[in-house]
Ligand binder design. Sequence first.
Ligand code: NAP
Ligand code: HSE
Length: 404
Amino acid sequence: MLNVGLLGLGTVGTGIVEIINERRNTITGTSGTDIRIKKILVRNVNKTRNIDTEQLELTDNFEDILNDQEINVIVEVTGDLESSYRYITAALNSGKHVVTANKAVVSKYFGELSALANEKNLAFLYEASVGGGIPVLKPLKEQLELNEITEVQGILNGTCNYILTRMINEGKDYGEVLKIAQELGYAEADPSADVEGHDTLRKLRILATLALQADITEEDILLDGISSINATDVENIRKMDSTVKLIAEARKTDKGFTAIVQPMIVKNSNYFANVNMAFNSIAFKGNNVGELKFYGAGAGKLPTANAVLSDVLDIALGTYRKGNPLGKEDLVNLNESISGQYYLRISVTNDEIRDKVEGITREVLLDGEELAILIEEIRLAEIHELLAGLGLSKGSYFLAKIAD
Ligand code: NAP
Ligand code: HSE
């Protein structure tokens, strides 16, 4: 019997309860183990929920779950960073396996929690933390033993991809589609984590640390989100027979690594251009296996709950990978060398701005109340220096790499 202490009964937690209710007999039949949700931690036990809670034991006291000796697995889907860290460390220290969908806590405490689980000989699994319902971390961990992985690239945030798809394909307004993404349960409690790129950055931190077998921290990753995109950008990008995606990528060379999250303009024929709405896709390259691509629902109740429960099943069956999956390669950060061709739109124009950008301009797309240009091959750091020198705030421009 696997007795689960579920932390959180929001979008994902509700999905977990629904799938277990529906599939319990089948799971017991195939795994030989009965999986039961014994207690559920919430903030407010009196809240009206869109799930029948009559048969569920809710508590607002984590100790009720921690001290329950029959609970052997903690499933953490609260989303809160520091309290989830306390819950997870306490669970591991008291001999309970842990599964989480919370990329913020995995990203911030990746090394510490992986080492603690390994020391205690317990599972610490987080498949749902990257790519929502896509099974990507388990295959990645499997390939690590056979391959040197040199590159990982992907669309990792369902909310951003949903917003960009509907803006580009349907001409919808940014604020309107962000609101819908929130209603559909895709967005984080604070959606700025999505649109400013922090959620994607945390997922890249997890993917890159595993893939490159080096500690690629949040601070090691360059970040730009999508919140400043406007209707002018949409029109310009469409005219380029292209679309725009928030892309995360990390690469390893013999000299070091680069890691970046940025909006990228991709031709409509590009693979990533056809990953739309809340779907995600992750590609990685191994020296033996070549390129592997994963595609599926990047967010939402049931896909995410499904990913969480695949980890729980791995614990029930004893099929999860044992040991600490994190590597110890010491790589130099080469982000200063990142270069490419870029699209830049600035909302305020004056002679100083026109003069300064002229030297890097390949083509002027628009020069009126707004200025939009294509920039010739250049180091990204040089553009950042120029923008900082002009005193432009992040909200007053939109910068996107033009995919090779
Ligand atoms: P949510 O709808 O906001 O639900 C959060 C739940 O956790 C609520 O039931 C809340 O209790 C409870 N909670 C929050 N803080 C708590 C605390 N400090 N102590 C005890 N309970 C607490 O969030 P969600 O969308 O299900 O996401 C949960 C986690 O999964 C997040 O880490 C998120 O990043 C991750 N995730 C979400 C998705 C998705 O598509 N939504 C996909 C992948 C990963 P009350 O109900 O009483 O308020
Ligand atoms: N807010 C996240 C997203 C949930 O939109 O991708 C899935 O991690």
